[in-house]
Design a protein around this ligand. Structure first.
Ligand code: NAD
Length: 269
């Protein structure tokens, strides 16, 4: 869908790994709605995937940013400041946890992976918000991605669920801290969708099937479902909305896990 909703707006989308990434779906719909979009990618290995995608949306700013590195986030915002002076939006679609710990019991989470998961999947958003504030001089909107495993036990989600809970709490604190500057802070919490990150989660295909069977809409969500909701939060349509966790879901948050149809599949084999 092509609109002029985002005409005269410019901003950054972080977290494109390939054309299945949620970040890519959002970047495309922002561009189709008239926004100028800068992109970051995690490292050299992803550069060759992201470069052609950036061309597709005429992105003139494409920068490397590994959020684990101390200076990468400030460097990105300094570069953007040099070229654009100000921005209107940032999308943070970044998460990581060791594949080995996205199966089995949360109980077995290691301290190293706990710290790494929290730093990449939660703290990086706070750091992004702090840097974004400096160049959002006309106000702005920040959007991150969460998942229902923050609110309830979800099979295999483990330490990522704890990181998403912390991320959701930080949205409330950031919304308060940045409200005076007219900067809004929100999250989308979509249902499961097949991406690179999702493929690390144990039994993911079964989770998709379960969601499809149990959702009120009787289908899994699409990347367009997510980007449509993102446009609302990134545009002036949501000008009075901040501190919100918005479900783009099809079931878990409505019917709950008690109705899980075949729970045995999730038991440790
Ligand atoms: P994806 O693999 O396409 O995106 C994850 C991104 O995180 C990648 O671009 C990766 O490069 C980036 N990343 C990881 N570690 C990083 C680091 N150290 N520095 C910089 N970037 C780093 O998968 P996705 O599903 O599009 O994930 C995007 C967001 O959506 C994540 O926050 C994820 O938790 C969330 N989410 C996904 C689903 C789903 O089912 N796919 C559901 C709800 C929420």
């Amino acid at each position: 869908m092509s609109t002029s909703l985002m005409k005269n707006k410019k901003g950054l989308v972080m977290g494109v790994a390939n054309d299945r990434s949620i970040a890519w779906a959002i970047a495309k719909s922002l561009s189709n709605s008239g926004a100028k979009v800068a992109l970051t990618y995690q490292g050299e290995a992803l550069k060759k995937r992201v470069t052609p995608l950036a061309k597709e949306i005429n992105s003139s700013i494409v920068l490397e940013c590994n959020v684990e590195n101390d200076n990468d986030i400030p460097k990105v915002f300094n570069e953007i400041k040099k070229k654009w002076k100000t921005i209107d939006f940032v999308v943070h679609a970044i998460a990581f946890s060791s594949r080995e710990e996205l199966k089995g019991k949360y109980l077995n989470t290691t301290k190293d992976n706990f710290k790494k998961t929290m730093a990449i999947s939660c703290y990086s958003f706070t750091e992004v918000a702090r840097e974004a504030e400096k160049i959002m001089t006309n106000g702005g909107t920040l959007l991150t991605l969460s998942y229902f495993g923050s609110e309830r036990f979800m099979p295999h989600y483990n330490v990522m669920g704890i990181a998403k809970s912390a991320l959701e709490a930080s949205i409330k604190y950031l919304a308060k801290d940045l409200g005076k500057k007219k900067i809004r802070v929100n999250a989308l919490s979509p249902g499961p969708i097949k991406t690179l990150a999702a493929s690390a989660i144990g039994d993911f295909n079964y989770i998709l099937k379960w969601n499809e069977n149990n959702s009120p809409l009787k289908r899994n969500i699409t990347s367009e479902d997510i980007s449509g909701s993102a446009l609302y939060f990134l545009s002036d349509l949501s000008s009075g909305v901040t501190g919100e966790i918005h479900h783009v879901d099809s079931g878990y948050n409505i019917i709950g896990m008690k109705d899980l149809d075949s729970p045995d599949i999730f038991e440790e084999k």
